[in-house]
Design a protein around this ligand. Structure first.
Ligand SMILES: [Fe+2]
Length: 351
C-alpha cells in the first residue's frame, strides 16, 4: 500500500444558492488505499472522472468511502478501463455501496440483479428520467457498465437535479416545495416513441408494464445523505396533483426545463470497459439514440434507496398496486418495502 496522498479534485465551489454539505464532505476525503486515486471534475456542476481504481468487491473501506463522497458531490462519476468486471464482480462492487435490487418488472440478464440495457431489447432510454421513480423507494445508485458500443453516437447525458432546483428563483423554489406528483411506469409509449418497432412495443407491454405501479412523490426531494433539495420529475411523471391537467403540463415543463439546461448536464462518450455510477436521487439521465441499428449493450445494477421525503417531511406513497409482486430475485424492490405503509396514509388516487 502506498502512502502517497490521494489526489481528489475539490468539488465545485458551491454557488450561493447551492447547499454546501455534499461538496464539503467530498473535499474532506483523505488518502484512501490508493494514493493512486485521482478525481477530476468534468465541468462546473456535474460529473467527475476517477482514475487509479480497479472496481470490484475487494476494494478497501476507505477507497469506497472516497468514491461515495465523490459520487455525492459530483452526482455522476466515471471510470475507464474496467474490462475485468463481469456480472459477479459488478454485483460484488455494488454491494459495497448498498443492497442490490432487482427491477420491479423487468427480468435481469443473469437471473440476479444485472439488467440488460440493450439497443435490441427496447433499451433506448432517450427520455430524460430518473431510474424507477414509479416506486417510492427507487434506487439510490445505478452502476452502468459498457460491453458493446456502436461505432458512433450512443452517448449518455446526466443532469444535476439539485443544481436545477438551486438555480430556481425563490418564488419558484417555494412553489416546487409545495407540489406532489404522480409517477407511473404506464405512460403513452407510442406517443413518446412513434417510430418504435414491434420488439420495443412488446418489451413495453409484456414486460415493462406487466405490473402497473403508481407512486406519489414530492416534486422536491430532500436528499437523505447530503440534505440537498433536488427536483424529482422525469418521464415517469404523469401529472402534478391538485391542479388542472393543463397547469400540470406547464408546471412540469417549467421545472423540467431547468433540469435539461446544458449548464446542469454532462455528456459521456462511452468506451468499452467504462463504468458510470450516478446518484439516482439527485440526477436525471438520457441515452442519446443516434446510432442507427448498431448494437449497444450495457449492464446496469441498482442499489436500494430510501422512500423519498419532501421538504415538509411527507414521504412518498405507493398508490397502486394493492398487492405488490415480489421481484424474481433477491431483496424486495422499492415498491414492496413501501407497501407496508398504513393504507390510511395513502391519498386518494384521483384529485
Ligand atoms: Fe435509466
Amino acid at each position: 500500500m502506498t502512502t502517497a496522498p490521494t489526489h481528489v479534485t475539490p468539488a465545485a465551489p458551491a454557488p450561493a444558492t447551492l447547499p454546501a454539505a455534499a461538496p464539503e464532505r467530498a473535499a474532506s476525503a483523505s488518502a484512501a488505499d490508493a494514493g493512486r486515486l485521482r478525481s477530476t471534475r468534468l465541468n462546473g456542476r456535474i460529473g467527475a472522472v476517477i482514475e487509479g481504481v480497479r472496481l470490484g468487491g475487494g476494494l478497501d473501506t476507505e477507497t469506497v468511502a472516497t468514491i461515495r463522497a465523490q459520487l455525492l458531490a459530483h452526482k455522476v462519476v466515471f471510470f475507464r478501463e474496467q474490462h475485468h468486471l463481469d456480472e459477479a464482480e459488478h454485483e460484488a462492487f455494488a454491494k459495497l455501496l448498498g443492497t442490490p435490487v432487482a427491477h420491479p418488472t423487468v427480468p435481469s440478464g443473469d437471473g440476479r440483479y444485472s439488467l440488460r440495457i440493450d439497443s435490441d431489447h427496447g433499451g433506448r432510454a432517450n427520455q430524460w428520467h430518473t431510474d424507477v421513480t414509479f416506486v417510492p423507494a427507487y434506487p439510490a445508485f445505478s452502476i452502468l457498465r459498457a460491453q458493446v458500443l456502436p461505432p458512433y453516437g450512443g452517448n449518455t447525458l446526466w443532469s444535476n437535479t439539485a443544481a436545477a432546483y438551486a438555480e430556481l428563483s425563490e418564488p419558484l423554489r417555494t412553489l416546487a416545495d409545495s407540489l406532489r406528483a404522480l409517477h407511473s411506469n404506464e405512460y403513452d409509449y407510442a406517443a413518446i416513441k412513434p417510430d418504435a418497432n414491434d420488439a420495443q412495443l412488446d418489451q413495453y407491454h409484456q414486460v415493462f408494464i406487466s405490473t402497473t405501479f403508481t407512486t406519489e412523490h414530492p416534486v422536491v426531494r430532500v436528499h437523505p445523505e447530503s440534505g440537498e433539495r433536488a427536483l424529482l420529475l422525469g418521464n415517469f411523471v404523469q401529472r402534478i396533483r391538485g391542479v388542472s391537467s393543463k397547469d400540470s403540463r406547464l408546471l412540469i415543463e417549467l421545472f423540467q426545463h431547468h433540469i435539461e439546461r446544458p449548464e446542469n448536464t454532462v455528456r459521456w462518450q462511452w468506451q468499452v470497459g467504462d463504468v458510470a455510477i450516478w446518484d439516482n436521487r439527485a440526477t436525471q439521465h438520457y441515452g442519446v439514440d443516434d446510432s442507427g441499428d448498431h448494437p449497444r449493450k450495457l449492464r446496469r445494477i441498482t442499489v436500494d434507496g430510501d422512500i423519498a421525503v419532501g421538504v415538509d417531511g411527507r414521504p412518498s406513497v405507493l398508490i397502486s398496486p394493492a398487492d405488490v409482486p415480489e421481484p424474481p430475485y433477491g431483496s424486495p424492490s422499492g415498491a414492496s418495502t413501501a407497501a407496508t405503509s398504513p393504507s390510511s396514509d395513502r391519498p386518494e388516487a384521483t384529485g
